[in-house]
Design a protein around this ligand. Structure first.
Ligand SMILES: Cc1cc2nc3c(=O)[nH]c(=O)nc-3n(C[C@H](O)[C@H](O)[C@H](O)COP(=O)(O)O)c2cc1C
Length: 348
């Protein structure tokens, strides 16, 4: 239904319009009595064997929605109806921000990929909190937080600390976005000298809270090995609970697009099928390097149940999808869950 009917219709619109339209329609239909129940009946079944306990949280299944789709934290419940075990909202910044000028979202259909240069457009933390208060989450919610593009280098730590303390009572866990390739300066935060500057404070602030919320850092597949090693070492020493591996890549390897087409699209992060091998290698490396001591959310180019299984075999405790959801639709979540369930039966 999605691939033969809904996707061709959505792909008639430019990518950003299609995104907004889909979320708008989802919100509209979700208000119709019975709609959400029907969607849940089709997609939201979890067998007990799918549950996973990671960083102290019990996930009903290991498949999450990656950051950037529910940017504002306005659709987590409706999206959870499609069977996700958790939803990452954001990236959220202290102040609302427009993001980069458009066009800034491109489909590369032959490669089952997306190139985005969105620049963390979002309505800000206060808007998300208003939603979280108004609509109690029926799903595990991770808040992905980032700094505003206009924030001066010295004040970036305060942006993260602000988002963290503002959101603390309303979400289940945090993802610190230090790997967005579309906002100048953010990837510099992957340098431990810089990261520890605010992460130490952030983790200290957590000690003063009544309850414990896991904090993960989201890393780039483009990070040079030496820097990655330092970062992983810091995570293990400091009390960071895990990593999201990883974000989009600046690389354009393995695309069937011509160099003229690539040039026309311009800068941005590449996601989807061509990212899979790169992020799988990242997950595998992180797992080996940390000897499995740092939980991993594997994300990047998961387009099939086999891809999700490979990520888990490489060391991911949980996985997330974004571009796969756009190309394959909600069936992908259901198929991954079914396949994990079957694998579990085979292994037993
Ligand atoms: C349009 C778009 C917007 C995104 N926005 C964010 C974001 O705001 N914050 C973030 O951490 N990641 C963002 N991402 C990256 C995804 O969370 C994910 O790491 C990446 O797309 C790789 O997974 P995928 O191949 O399944 O899409 C975005 C991705 C896309 C395609």
């Amino acid at each position: 239904m999605y691939k033969h009917f809904i996707r061709p219709l959505l792909f008639l619109f430019n990518a950003e319009k299609a995104h907004d339209l889909t979320l708008g329609l989802l919100a509209f239909f979700s208000k119709i009595p019975g709609f959400r129940t029907l969607v849940r009946l089709i997609y939201a079944h979890n067998s007990p064997g799918m549950a996973r306990e990671v960083f102290g949280i019990r996930f009903p299944n290991p498949i999450g929605l990656a950051g950037g789709l529910d940017k504002n934290g306005e659709h987590y419940n409706q999206l959870s109806d499609f069977g996700f075990g958790f939803i990452e909202i954001g990236s959220l910044t202290p102040k609302p921000q427009e993001g980069n000028p458009g066009p800034r979202l491109f489909r590369d259909i032959p490669d089952k990929a997306i190139i985005n240069h969105m620049g963390i457009n979002n309505k800000g933390v206060k808007n998300a909190i208003a939603h979280l208060k108004a609509e109690h989450p029926e799903v595990i919610v991770a808040a992905n937080i980032a700094s505003n593009a206009s924030t001066g280098r010295n004040d970036i730590p305060n942006d993260f600390l602000y988002c963290f303390s503002m959101l603390y009572d309303f979400v289940d866990m945090f993802v610190i976005n230090i790997s967005c390739p579309n906002v100048n300066g953010i990837t510099d935060l992957q340098d431990v000298a810089y990261l520890s500057d605010f992460m130490d404070k952030l983790l200290d602030n957590r000690m003063a809270m009544d309850n414990y919320k896991p904090v993960l850092v989201k890393i780039s597949p483009d990070l040079p090995r030496e820097q990655l090693d330092d970062l992983l070492d810091y995570c293990l020493r400091s009390g960071v609970d895990g990593v999201v591996a990883g974000n989009t890549t600046k690389s354009r390897d393995k695309l069937t697009l011509s160099s003229a087409q690539i040039e026309k699209i311009g800068p941005g992060g590449l996601s989807g099928a061509p990212l899979f091998r790169k992020n799988l290698a990242l997950v595998s490396y992180v797992h080996e390097k940390t000897k499995g001591r740092l939980p991993i959310i594997g994300v990047g180019g998961i387009m099939s149940p086999e891809d999700a299984e490979s990520m888990i075999e490489a060391g991911a405790d949980l996985v997330e999808i974004y571009t796969g959801f756009i190309y394959e639709g909600p069936d992908l979540v259901k198929k991954i869950k079914q396949s994990l369930d079957t694998q579990k039966d085979i292994k037993q």
